[in-house]
Design a protein around this ligand. Sequence first.
Ligand SMILES: Cc1ncc(C[n+]2csc(CCOP(=O)(O)OP(=O)(O)O)c2C)c(N)n1
Ligand code: SF4
Ligand SMILES: [Mg+2]
Length: 351
Amino acid sequence: MTYIVKPKFHHPALPKNALGYTHRDYEGSVSTLCAGCGHDSISGAIIQACFELALPPHRIAKLSGIGCSSKTPTYFLGNSHGFNSVHGRMPSVLTGANLANRDLIYLGVSGDGDTASIGLGQFAHALRRGVNMVYIVENNGVYGLTKGQFSATADRGSKSKRGVVNTDNSIDLVAMALQLGASFVARSFSGDKTQLVPLIRAAIEHPGAAFIDCISPCVAFNNHPGSTKSFDYVREHNEAVNRLDFMTPREEITVDYAPGTVEIVEQHDGSRLALRKLAADYDPHDRLAAMSYLQERAAAGEIVTGLLYVEPEAGDLHTHLETVDAPLNELGEAELCPGSAVLAKINASLR
Ligand SMILES: Cc1ncc(C[n+]2csc(CCOP(=O)(O)OP(=O)(O)O)c2C)c(N)n1
Ligand code: SF4
Ligand SMILES: [Mg+2]
């Protein structure tokens, strides 16, 4: 059995959000992952973020590939649309769904094997095209589902559970996302919900390609001394550059931090991100500076977390392609067959 359904019964006094939904309305089936797996904490953070944003569950589409991480959409947002695709192919399925129906909020959940190994090309093209989505990689440095082989994000020199040293260079998905043009790039840690929940909320509200690399220790195969993706290692080497405290287009934002420590980032849809700076000289609007900061800190053995880059005025794939505003299934015959005069004009423009 791969899932266990939760009982519908819940305490009548559970807090409700603006839509009148409780936390339970955003949950899924009971998780069958290993107890303590980082992925379950990320599911919890996604549930919390959607509850806090009071999103109508039927407006969310969650898509994944194959892996323990890609199984997790079964464990959250049980009332939303879901598509568990093929290993490494989530980005193209998500791109197609997004092009067909731009009205939904797209949540792509993947693993480091699913994204950085078999799905690397798919990942790259979805980001460079600016698909409006939240793309979360639950990064544990191993293929958890197939018993702990090194993935492409495993650091060179890190050790497997049996002591084998990884001799390959690793892929830093955050560095790639920056290079590929993603307009929202963040890294977080499954063990830091205070940082992760607001990042997911901000990524959902970001009108463009939002990528979050979330270090998520695999307790079964990659949580030992010598691993650079273990709970202890990440806690010891985590360098947070900022914290997002609140952001919403619906409520007034009040800032209660000393001037100079909080930056309000306004996005073109009116949503606002409040960014509390921890590293005073860190600028999340400078793609090149973010890339070199990342490499510099990585060379010093640190794992940089927080919102590393945001382009508030970013467009998305629909903006670039100038597509119609309505989902394709809402188009009628008049829009789909505009007549021979329009066809003649298009043909003339191509001669
Ligand atoms: C085409 C294909 N190749 C290989 C596999 C075997 N396979 C299943 S999951 C997986 C790796 C999963 O690793 P990751 O994406 O990091 O997820 P995790 O289990 O670590 O969360 C592999 C290689 C597969 N299912 N399909
Ligand atoms: S094998 Fe690893 S990644 Fe998979 S459920 Fe267990 S702890 Fe999580
Ligand atoms: Mg993995």
